[in-house]
Every structure is written in structure tokens, then in C-alpha cells.
Design a protein around this ligand. Structure first.
Ligand SMILES: Cc1cc2nc3c(=O)[nH]c(=O)nc-3n(C[C@H](O)[C@H](O)[C@H](O)COP(=O)(O)O)c2cc1C
Length: 309
């Protein structure tokens, strides 16, 4: 019997649906037992977020990867798991704060040492830098990333920003005004994620857990778009400056930082509606000039080893 531990944090339940679908083939066999660890912050993050301010107020601590306090874990950090699955969502280009908090815990360090880790990501569309953060931490803990499966929103970038914001602030995963597409990962894609469970199960049957990421990628596991390599790397630099600027006025509950959080919101709106279209044009030019370098980066982000860039 092989033992799998799934560590996850999902607000709306979308990521949990993705996990359930992906692991369906594992549940159909007696060879595998699956244990779930839902990460629970002591002070829960709101869902729905209700106000855009709340949504933006989680930004500085996300970027600086400042952990929050978590409820005690149920898993045994010294447990003899054959595979750890870390299923996570992305907040502002980095893993969500609850998952960051888990990764920084002493229990995670014990758990992950010498273990294969498969990551399952449920996000809007920008996951490359977040996965680098997870890769780095897993390798430093003595584990190894054995596979990566990403499910993202397929809507056009600008439309996706708008529809996902509506969903997360209202809690309604439905078509806004019946004109826009349904937000988030489509039901069809969630259902089809079961195809990834088959190679997972085959690998679990072997003595040592080994997945072939390029074979997974051929099934559509982790598609890397050159435009997002350019976008994410540019945005994270600007995000770091903004988070420093807001944090200079204090922590999440400090009223002194409200004005700066609002400034960040207006910056985001400007960036989305004015700068993003310009950046898209610029990225076409960069893609032509730096074609070779970008293709190397696509190859790098498509696999699981970690290189300090
Ligand atoms: C505060 C916040 C910031 C987010 N930032 C990103 C992001 O940078 N990139 C991305 O692809 N998705 C982003 N998302 C979407 C999430 O990754 C995720 O798809 C969504 O929150 C649904 O996840 P759930 O399963 O927890 O409900 C963000 C969500 C939240 C709440």
C-alpha cells in the first residue's frame, strides 16, 4: 500500500475540485491510501473577499512571503509517505500566504526531506515565479519536485482579470452579465484533469516514484507561454517596490497603510487597462528580439529542477 499526503489550501473549493478530479484514478485502487491536510490559517482570509480593499490588503504580505499563523497540522511530519502532493493557488505571483506559511513551518521541513513532491496548481494564468519559489524551498528542505500539473483560466488575459475579480469579491463563480465567460478554471478542464492521475498511479506502483514531466507536458500539464515569462518577471519587480512602500506604514491591520493600499489598487487598475495593452505590444517585440533566450526559459520553466536565476 502506497501512502500519499495531499496538502492544500482552497478558498472557493475550485482547487479541491481539481485535486479530486486529478486523483480520481488513485481512489479507484486499493494500492493507494490518500490523506488530506487542509491548511487552516488561525485568522481565516475572507472568502468572498467582499471588498477590493481587503483583496489588495493581502498584497504586501503575499509578496514578502510573510507567514500567517496556522492551526496545528494533523499529518505526522515523520510519516513514511511515498508521495507528497502540494496543491496551491497563487496570490500576486507567489504561492498563497497559507501555503507559504506551511512551506516555512518546521513540520514541512521534516515532512518533505527525502520525499518526492508533486505540485498541483489552480490559478488564473500566472504561475511561473510561484512555482520557482516552491521548487527552491522544496530543494532546500531536501525534497525533490517530481511533477507539476497546472490548471488555469483559459480566458483572454484582460477578460480573465475582470471575471476572476468579480468571482473572488462576490463569491459567484458565474458569467458576469451573461456576456463574460465563466471565471476560473472551466468545468471541462477540471473534469479532464483525471488524465493526470493515471501516470501518477503508474509511478506510485514502481519502487521509486518517478514521473516524466515531458510526458505530462505532452498531455497539457504545464504549458509555458513566453509572454507570461516577460510579464511576470517585469511585474514582480514593480510589486516588490509597492509592497515595501505599503509595509513602511505597518502591518495588515494598521490603518496608516490604508491610503497606500488604495494607491496600489489605482496603480493596478491603470496597469491593467492602460499599461497592459502597451506591455503586450512591447512583449511581441521582445519575443522577436530575444527569441533564443526566451525559448531557453520556456524549456527551463517546463521542467522541475531549480536553478538560482
Ligand atoms: C489575492 C489573490 C491574488 C491572486 N493573484 C493571482 C496571480 O498572481 N496569478 C494567478 O494566476 N492567479 C491569481 N489569483 C487566483 C488564484 O490563484 C486562484 O485561482 C483563485 O483564488 C481560486 O482559488 P481557490 O481554489 O482558493 O478558490 C489570485 C487570487 C487571490 C485571492
Amino acid at each position: 500500500m502506497k501512502k500519499v499526503l495531499v496538502v492544500y489550501y482552497s478558498q472557493s473549493g475550485q482547487l479541491k475540485d481539481i485535486i479530486d478530479s486529478t486523483l480520481a484514478p488513485l481512489k479507484e485502487t486499493d494500492h493507494v491510501s490518500i490523506e488530506y491536510e487542509e491548511i487552516k490559517p488561525k485568522k481565516p482570509y475572507p472568502y468572498p473577499w467582499k471588498t477590493t480593499f481587503e483583496f489588495c490588503n493581502s498584497f504586501p504580505e503575499s509578496i514578502t512571503e510573510t507567514p500567517c499563523e496556522l492551526e496545528p497540522f494533523n499529518f505526522d511530519p515523520n510519516g513514511d509517505y511515498d508521495l507528497i502532493i502540494i496543491a496551491y493557488t497563487i496570490w500576486y505571483l507567489v504561492p498563497s500566504i497559507p501555503i507559504t506559511s506551511f512551506l516555512k513551518s518546521p513540520e514541512a521541513r521534516k515532512l518533505i526531506k527525502n520525499k518526492p513532491v508533486v505540485t498541483i496548481i489552480g490559478c488564473r494564468n500566472m504561475w511561473l515565479l510561484a512555482q520557482e519559489r516552491v521548487k527552491e524551498q522544496v530543494y532546500h528542505m531536501g525534497g525533490r519536485i517530481a511533477g507539476n500539473i497546472v490548471l488555469a483560466d483559459r480566458a483572454y488575459n484582460l477578460i480573465g482579470i475582470f471575471t476572476i475579480w468579480y468571482w473572488l469579491v462576490t463569491g459567484k463563480k458565474e458569467r458576469l452579465l451573461k456576456i463574460f465567460p465563466k471565471p476560473g478554471v472551466s468545468d471541462k478542464d477540471i473534469k479532464a484533469a483525471a488524465r493526470f492521475g493515471k501516470p501518477l498511479l503508474e509511478s506510485l506502483k514502481k519502487k521509486e516514484f518517478n514521473l516524466d514531466q515531458s510526458a505530462l507536458n505532452k498531455m497539457g500539464a504545464a504549458k509555458v507561454y513566453p509572454t507570461f515569462i516577460i510579464f511576470e518577471n517585469r511585474m514582480i519587480r514593480i510589486f516588490r517596490i509597492w509592497s515595501k512602500f505599503i509595509l513602511a506604514k505597518g502591518g495588515p491591520d494598521n490603518p496608516n497603510r490604508k491610503f497606500r493600499v488604495r494607491m496600489f489598487l489605482y496603480y493596478l487598475l491603470t496597469a491593467i487597462f492602460i499599461l497592459a495593452p502597451l506591455a503586450a505590444v512591447l512583449s511581441i517585440i521582445i519575443r522577436l528580439i530575444k527569441k533564443k533566450k526566451l525559448l531557453e526559459k520556456v524549456a527551463y520553466y517546463s521542467q522541475n529542477s531549480f536553478k538560482n536565476n
